[in-house]
Design a protein around this ligand. Structure first.
Ligand SMILES: O=C(O)CCC(=O)C(=O)O
Length: 278
């Protein structure tokens, strides 16, 4: 995809819909969602959105490598390109990771009419998001960055909050993925500690059996942000790339309830800043 084609997708992605929207909406089972706390909608993210996000990632990585002073990258596939650019422990790795979450097609798609309609069908009256979407790059061998068992507490500001998660590459137990505990969204806030700066629910006795997600690019996992989940490291050298965004229902936001303050929970970067300030 060249930059003119990408620009067209950026400009239109807030009004892009899947080719067969009824096939997507037909998969929504709100009763099962309330029970399980998640659902996987097959082929619910338009291919053109995935391709544009991948092309934007590639553009930025190539462009930044030149700015880092690296030789013109020879790597032709995205996996090798990201490996070459994400030098472990380097400042450029940190910079790229934080920069790439701003890819414009994701931003625009994440607040598309289509996404808003999906969320409304889950019973949200006025869907709104407090955060920039994220793009995760889970590189084999960098397990310290993988999320531990956690709830998306920092994104929850109301009783109704969902995380929309979709992969840009195939994900499964072999290639790396995410696992989720069905029904765990009903158990309330679980006590957690920190492990390498990551929220970590150590005591998982009450959670039952986790389900390891298998999905393809185009599939969309929607889960209650209160559901306990964790990254699953891959066993190959494929980099797991996936996007996430987080929604609340404005109609449920109340500054007096226990959800409103959850955004204050520190993450790894906050903890580092606090440690540096003392
Ligand atoms: O994609 C994953 O591995 C899990 C990501 C996640 O749970 C998070 O970033 O909060």
């Amino acid at each position: 995809m060249d930059s003119q084609e990408i620009a067209k997708v950026i400009a239109s992605s807030h009004e892009l819909w899947p080719d067969d929207r009824e096939a997507v909406f037909g998969q929504i089972d709100t009763e099962a969602f309330d029970q399980q706390g998640f659902m996987l909608l097959k082929q619910a993210v338009p291919r053109i959105v995935i391709n544009a996000i991948l092309a934007e990632i590639e553009f930025i990585v190539r462009d930044q490598m030149v700015k880092f002073g690296a030789p013109e990258p020879e790597e032709t596939d995205l996996n090798s390109l990201i490996r070459a650019a994400f030098v472990p422990g380097s400042e450029q790795r940190h910079f790229l990771y934080n920069f790439l979450r701003h890819v414009p097609t994701l931003r625009s798609f994440a607040s598309s009419q289509y996404y808003v309609e999906l969320i409304r069908r889950l019973g949200f009256q006025l869907p709104l998001t407090f955060e920039t979407p994220t793009v995760r790059f889970d590189i084999p061998g960098e397990d310290k960055f993988l999320t531990r068992h956690h709830q998306d507490l920092r994104s929850i500001r109301s009783r109704k909050a969902v995380t929309m998660w979709f992969p840009l590459v195939p994900v499964n137990e072999e290639l790396g993925t995410v696992l989720i505990y069905p029904g765990s969204h009903k158990l309330g806030i679980q006590s957690f500690s920190y492990d390498s700066g990551q929220l970590n629910i150590e005591n998982r006795d009450a959670l039952g059996e986790a389900l390891v997600l298998e999905a393809d690019p185009g599939d969309l996992l929607i889960f209650d942000s209160m559901a306990v989940h964790a990254s699953v490291p891959g066993k190959t050298d494929q980099i797991k790339i996936n996007c996430q965004c987080f929604w609340n229902d404005a109609a449920e936001v109340d500054m007096h309830n226990e959800y409103w303050e959850l955004g204050e929970i520190p993450d790894a970067q906050d903890l580092q800043k606090r440690a540096a300030a003392t």
